[in-house]
Ligand binder design. Structure first.
Ligand code: MN
Length: 735
């Protein structure tokens, strides 16, 4: 569809008016970028129209005008013109915007585009709070929010041309998300208008009735306000207090809320009418308050000193309500001109365009504003929430993700789908096998990002892995996984303990059937544990021996039994992976059925000399004799125990190695082909360039299953022969 030529002169006129306003406000500014932004937007919205039938370009022009009203900087105004180009027109990319208008404008346009992609509409109040936080967290530049608020204000002003359903959704979102954000950022003026427009859209009858009622008393009210204003002005002048006095009828939405909250008719609203005294100093604010209270009776409980105690959004003012002439109540707000500016514009006041001030000074002022917030926050408990929101804005520490049904799940930075799963439900976490993020399968260690929609894939009977502990970021997930693993290990230890007691009893000729539960329970309490089950667990973990226990419950039979030595027994293979590697290839001399595991620090493999160490309650850790930890661990000679590789079992064991290489193509292929010729299973492989070293080097982390030391040596020797391999290191598997 070609551009309707009849609209063209009007659009040009609209732009000229905008340009003229900028020229007047900032006579020295170069407006070439402004003009280019307009032409860019015009070109890209050429074929689009708004629902009202107007050319689309009128919307960005209106948004830009609102930003000029707020006296925003050139980046903001250009963003206002360009804010819908990336979203509405597929052919425009952020890169194009960056090339044409620089990184600041590109960042802001990108930010607004991202916000537009997320539907914040929500039926749930608790969710609204998370959504507001999320919106702030997603924003790296506060100008994104300012442009977005201007965008929303113009959309609300022109909402009548949309279908009723869209109107309701947009108005609701405005009331729940955008108006409160404007409030938090102290932008009272925009907030008021957003609220009133939403109110009129959502409850047209109630709004119309209220406005009619207010309108019917307009003349009366205005006359009354005029009189009291004149009186106040005279009295202040007499006291030498310079002041401007404004009178107004309060905003419809705030009056409506009051009517609803207090269930009263309009004529009982205390402060439908409001006066504002703007003076020059804090001292004169208090002086003016004195003048007012001297003349009219203050209503008890209505005096508020927001100068001494500013609101969390930095609002400062004195408030009082007095009974004015004719017994009519009126609220009086008293503040300095500077306080008034902050009350109306909030954070935008600090982003105002300042000619020539592009240096660090500008930044200082913003930082000062934040510092002030922090100061005040110390004195004000209820602002904690606001502060944490603001902190997110500056240091985005959290990510906000969604369930497929749209519930917000807030997680710390770099949280994984596992954290997400546990924050939904422990069972979801425990049985989690995978995750779809935005519809695409992602690994469980994937770092979630703001706005991700996460669907957890579960499988009944699946169990959490110890490896998860290394990747989760939330304490909740970590505790739940630990809890699960401990419970599983304990169950296994109980089983092993029970079996080992039976076996030892058989060997010593003790009839376990004749030993009562009471006797076992008393042994348990002798060992300081509560139940017989705990006794078995201790046995399974190698805390005490089966013989010791039997000696207590059946001393005569144990005495009569043939003396040791008995041939060493290999531990019963324990299925499953709850113990890490399953390590049944190791044979412990002299002790029967105890949990054995390969120490993660050295990960010994068959063929290497090994030594066992009895841990306190975790079974026997098997280290390589060469392991540096062994020297430290084995100072306690009593805990040392001889272990050996079992002859029968030959299952391969995992070993992790790190290979430092030149960063050149083909190396990975050579590595993997060596492994496949060795028939070695690769568990994990991860290659990356080595930024620390800076030169053309790469690092390959690889975990492989090897049968024994000889095989590992063969593999490493072959690796070393590959041209470009610089160094090879064997490392702990947990690293
Ligand atoms: Mn827009």
């Amino acid at each position: 569809m070609p551009t309707d030529v009849s609209d063209a002169p009007r659009v040009e006129e609209l732009y000229q008016a905008l340009e003229q306003r900028v020229r007047t406000l900032r006579p020295h500014e170069d407006i070439s970028a402004l003009k280019r932004a307009f032409e860019f937007a015009l070109e890209h919205h050429r074929h689009q129209r708004r629902k009202s039938g107007e050319l689309y370009i009128t919307h960005p022009l209106a948004v830009a005008n609102l930003l000029v009203d707020m006296d925003m900087d050139p980046v903001c105004i250009q963003t206002g013109l360009l804010h819908d180009t990336v979203e509405d027109v597929k052919s425009v990319t952020i890169e194009q915007i960056r090339d044409a208008f620089g990184t600041d404008v590109a960042r802001c346009v990108d930010g607004v585009t991202k916000l537009n992609k997320i539907g914040f509409a929500s039926r749930d109040d608790r969710q609204a709070e998370s959504l507001r936080k999320m919106l702030l967290a997603m924003t790296s530049d506060i100008r994104v929010i300012i442009v977005k608020l201007a965008d929303r204000l113009h959309n609300m002003r022109t909402i009548s041309s949309l279908a009723r359903e869209r109107q309701i959704a947009i108005a609701q979102e405005t009331l729940e998300i955008y108006a409160p954000i404007a409030h938090r950022l102290g932008m009272g003026k925009i907030r008021g208008e957003l609220e009133d427009l939403s109110f009129q859209t959502l409850e047209p009858e109630a709004a119309a009735e209220l406005l009619r009622e207010i309108e019917s008393k307009r003349q009366e009210n205005e006359e009354w306000l005029r009189q009291i204003r004149t009186q106040i002005e005279q009295k202040l002048a007499r006291e030498d207090i310079p002041a401007r006095v404004d009178g107004r009828v309060k905003r419809a939405y705030s009056v409506y809320q009051k009517l609803k909250r207090q269930k009263i008719p309009l004529d009982q609203v205390y402060d439908l009418l409001a006066l504002r005294i703007i003076t020059d100093s804090v001292k004169n604010c208090y002086a003016a308050l004195g003048v007012i209270h001297n003349e009219w009776h203050p209503i008890p409980g209505r005096i508020k000193d927001f100068i001494a105690m500013p609101r969390p959004n930095l609002y400062q003012s004195l408030h009082t309500s007095v009974i004015g002439p004719g017994g009519i109540a009126v609220e009086v707000q008293i503040r300095t001109a500077e306080m008034h500016r902050i009350a109306e514009e909030g954070i935008a006041a600090h982003w105002k365009y300042k000619e020539g001030a592009k240096g660090p000074g500008e930044e200082d002022q913003r930082i000062a504003w934040l510092r002030q917030l922090v100061e005040w926050q110390r004195e004000m408990r209820d602002s904690a929430d606001f502060m944490s929101t603001l902190k997110l804005d500056l240091y985005p520490e959290d990510v906000y993700t969604f369930t497929p049904r749209g519930r917000v799940i807030a997680l710390p930075r770099n949280a994984t789908p596992i954290d997400f799963a546990y924050s939904i439900h422990t069972d979801v976490g425990n049985t989690c096998v995978g995750a779809k993020v935005n519809g695409v399968i992602k690994p469980l260690k994937y770092a979630l990002r703001n706005g991700d929609v996460v669907e957890i894939l579960t499988q009944p009977g699946h169990q959490p892995s110890k490896d998860w502990l290394a990747i989760v970021k939330t304490a909740r997930a970590r505790n739940k996984i630990k809890h699960f693993i401990n419970a599983a290990e304990r169950a296994k230890a109980v089983e092993i303990g029970q079996k080992s007691l039976e076996k030892e009893a058989r060997r010593l000729g003790v009839n376990l059937g004749r030993i009562s539960q009471d006797d076992l329970a008393s042994v348990a309490s002798e060992y300081g544990v509560a139940k017989t089950e705990d006794l078995y667990a201790g046995l399974g973990f190698g805390k005490y021996s089966a013989r010791q226990i039997l000696q207590k419950v059946a001393p005569e039979e144990v005495e009569a039994a043939p003396a040791v030595p008995v041939p060493p027994v290999r531990p019963t293979p324990a299925p499953g992976t709850a113990f890490g590697d399953g390590d049944l290839a190791i044979h412990v001399k002299g002790i029967d059925d105890v949990l054995v595991y390969r120490a993660k620090c050295c990960n010994p493999i068959r063929g290497e000399q090994i030594v066992g160490y009895i841990t306190r309650g975790k079974g026997i850790a098997v280290h390589s004799v060469q392991c540096p930890n062994v020297q430290n661990l084995l100072y306690d000679a009593e805990r040392r125990i001889d272990v050996d590789w079992a002859r029968s079992a030959h299952e391969p064991l995992p070993v992790k190695i790190v290979i430092y290489t030149d960063d050149r193509p083909g190396i990975l292929h050579q590595l993997t082909s060596i492994l496949s010729s060795e028939a070695t299973n690769i568990r994990t492989l991860e290659a990356r360039t080595d930024e620390k070293r800076g030169d053309e080097s790469a690092v390959v982390d690889i975990t492989i299953d090897v049968r024994d030391k000889k095989q590992l040596e063969r593999v490493i020797t072959s690796f070393r022969r590959i041209p470009g391999v610089r160094d090879i290191e064997r490392v702990p598997t947990t690293q």
